[in-house]
Design a protein around this ligand. Structure first.
Ligand code: SF4
Length: 344
């Protein structure tokens, strides 16, 4: 979308179809804003954004957590702490472990490096060359790059791509933190839902390009909510799985049960099963084909009757709908994929 590709937006949600319209309108509104910008990033630094390639970078250790290289992306929060996030800048800044610095001039980075073991340095792509000597001379693993707000006529995704392109050209292999906050928003004073859409486009586009080692959002006042939303975006981009994944159909005239209600009940019982994929499909006409990647499937077989699938195989048919969720849980348990939810 930010690349200017696409003419029609189709949003598919497991909700009443009218709920799909505001989401599509929000996307269209954002595209209009992007169009108003002068130019998108011109990438000529030998990076391939046409297929998934996790960007190669060095490893940084922050407060005992490894970041970069082959590690799954971490989550950082500002304004407090949360158990879902690996890093709280407020806490780590106090003990000199991890410091966030907006670096306009090279001396800003030099100062920050005097005060912290690792500095998350927000630097404009076009100025990176001015910082390259300091980064190379700093202790290895002491700098994480943070793309800045749009500069040079680029939008925020283009700015981040350009920063990693310049880093490659300058042989800087620092990990990258993707931070979405008001400075990257196209809509001044946007509400939280709108900011979440923008944050999803920003982080989602870049993580699916293979760029990003730490995710951080500042769209809510609550660090807990920011951390949960960052994890949800990482899950959507398939960069990090922190809960179960669902492939649910949007429902149509063929749907054989109330799919929204059932999907909510299945999620409430299974969302803690990290790494598991469950298909929730309204009918057997298209359902089994559309959820062929799922580990388990819950599919409408006939009015009031459910068929259960394991991998691509139908293993139970015509279960009365009111008993089917328990059968699904039993099937997951019998397959050795169940763990009890953590009461905390
Ligand atoms: S899986 Fe079946 S019920 Fe669901 S949208 Fe497709 S055709 Fe309709």
């Amino acid at each position: 979308m930010f690349d200017g590709i696409g003419d029609t937006i189709r949003v598919s949600l497991t909700e009443d179809p009218v709920e799909e319209v505001p989401v599509a309108i929000e996307f269209a509104r954002l595209i209009d804003k992007v169009r108003a910008q002068k130019a998108v990033a011109q990438i000529d630094e030998g990076l391939d954004f046409y297929s998934y390639n996790r960007r190669k970078c060095g490893e940084v250790e922050i407060n005992g957590v490894k970041v970069g290289a082959d590690s799954v992306p971490s989550v950082a929060v500002f304004g407090g702490e949360d158990e879902h996030a690996e890093f709280s800048f407020d806490t780590l800044n106090r003990c000199g472990d991890f410091y966030f610095a907006k670096c306009q001039e090279p001396c800003d980075l030099e100062d920050a490096l005097k005060h912290a073991k690792v500095v998350a340095a927000e630097i404009e792509a076009d100025k990176l060359i001015d910082f390259s000597g300091i980064i190379r001379n700093a202790p290895r693993g002491s700098v994480v790059l943070v793309p800045s707000a749009p500069t040079g006529g680029r939008h925020s995704v283009g700015e981040a791509r350009m920063l990693v392109a310049k880093a490659k050209k300058l042989h800087l292999d620092c990990p990258v933190m993707l931070k979405f906050d008001d400075s990257k928003s196209l809509i001044p004073n946007a509400d939280e839902a709108s900011k979440l859409t923008e944050a999803s486009i920003y982080l989602g586009s870049l993580f699916t390009d293979g760029i990003g080692d730490i995710a951080s959002l500042e769209i809510s006042k609550s660090p807990k909510r920011n951390a949960e939303l960052a994890l949800a975006i990482l899950q959507g981009a398939r960069a990090r799985k922190s809960k179960a994944e669902y492939i649910a159909c949007p429902s149509c005239g063929r749907t054989l049960y109330n799919i929204q209600e059932t999907a909510a009940k299945i999620k409430a019982r299974t969302s803690h099963l990290k790494g598991l994929t469950i298909g929730i499909m309204g009918c057997i006409v298209n359902g089994p084909g559309e959820m062929s990647d799922a580990d388990f499937g819950y599919v409408g077989g006939a009015p009031g009757k459910i068929n259960l699938y394991k991998n691509k195989q139908c293993v139970e048919i015509n279960i009365p709908q009111e008993e089917a969720i328990e059968h699904l849980i039993d099937l997951i348990k019998a397959s050795g994929r169940w763990v009890e939810p953590d009461e905390k």
